[in-house]
Ligand binder design. Structure first.
Ligand code: 6PG
Length: 246
């Protein structure tokens, strides 16, 4: 279990979102090319609501990758990039050209290879890309990105991107960052809200044996932050920091 993790608990998702956006301002300040990886699910709406009203956020030099992506056309509501394109891009903060995206027309193996190539272009000369920041979600089964409990992809050490064609959460075909690249990031932030996450969070954050995928995220030289709201943190008995920003 990570010794450098911080668990921050907010009274509401709105306060969590505000604090997350302040973290983004802080972490990206003065970085010419800020390389960030985003997840899908509820995070898309949270960021799309919050980022446009964030004072001092300069997203000009940002490169935005997806921590995982579903192999469906961007026009499909299941497409994570498609959702960012529909919800965040029209607000004017980030342009489509700043996103590093999969080619959903390719077979899943080729889509993973193509995505890896595109990622390597924004990390020239690095064997193991070091994202400035990754924002991850968790599923009720403890998955994060498209790394699912008990799946062989959890053991991949020789790739930064992997295809998956048997995802237990639909759609079955996806492309995901692997644990080595996630754990090479400078900062990893997990975001989880709502009481539906309470039980799995207790397992992830307080049980050391047989760790779930999200519990295997522990940046080697980076920071690990958990941003939770009170319902999600309900069952935790480990030390947490209570934050209120409104
Ligand atoms: O494709 C996916 O399923 C997501 O990338 C996934 O990893 C997501 O982040 C979690 O399932 C949390 O989703 P919610 O925030 O919607 O609960």
């Amino acid at each position: 279990m990570s010794s450098h993790r911080q668990i921050r608990v907010f009274p509401s998702p709105a306060e969590l979102a505000l604090s997350l956006s302040q973290l983004l301002v802080h972490e990206s300040k003065g970085v010419d090319c800020f390389r960030i990886g985003l997840s899908g699910g509820s995070l898309v709406q949270l960021l799309s609501r919050e980022l446009p009203k964030t004072a001092g956020l300069n997203t000009e030099g940002w490169k935005v990758a997806m921590c995982d992506e579903r192999l469906v056309p961007f026009s499909d509501p299941e497409s994570t990039y498609g959702e960012y394109k529909r919800q965040l891009v029209p607000l004017g903060l980030l342009s489509e050209s700043q996103f590093i995206v999969i080619d959903p027309s390719l077979p899943v193996e080729d889509a993973a290879a193509d995505y890896e190539k595109k990622l390597r272009e924004i990390f020239p000369g690095n064997d193991l890309p070091k994202f400035d920041l990754l924002i991850l979600g968790i599923g009720p089964d403890g998955h994060t990105a498209s790394l699912f409990p008990g799946h062989p992809l959890l053991e991949v050490t020789d790739k930064i991107v992997a295809p998956i064609s048997d995802s237990p959460k639909p759609p079955p075909e996806r492309v995901t960052l692997t644990l080595p690249v996630i754990n090479a990031a400078k900062t990893v932030v997990f975001v989880a809200t709502g009481e539906g996450k309470a039980t799995v969070l207790k397992r992830i954050l307080q049980e050391e044996s047989d760790p779930l995928p999200a519990a295997r995220v522990s940046p080697v030289n980076g920071k690990l932050l958990w941003f939770l709201d009170e319902p999600a943190a309900r069952d935790l008995t480990c030390p947490v920091e209570k934050h209120s920003v409104l």
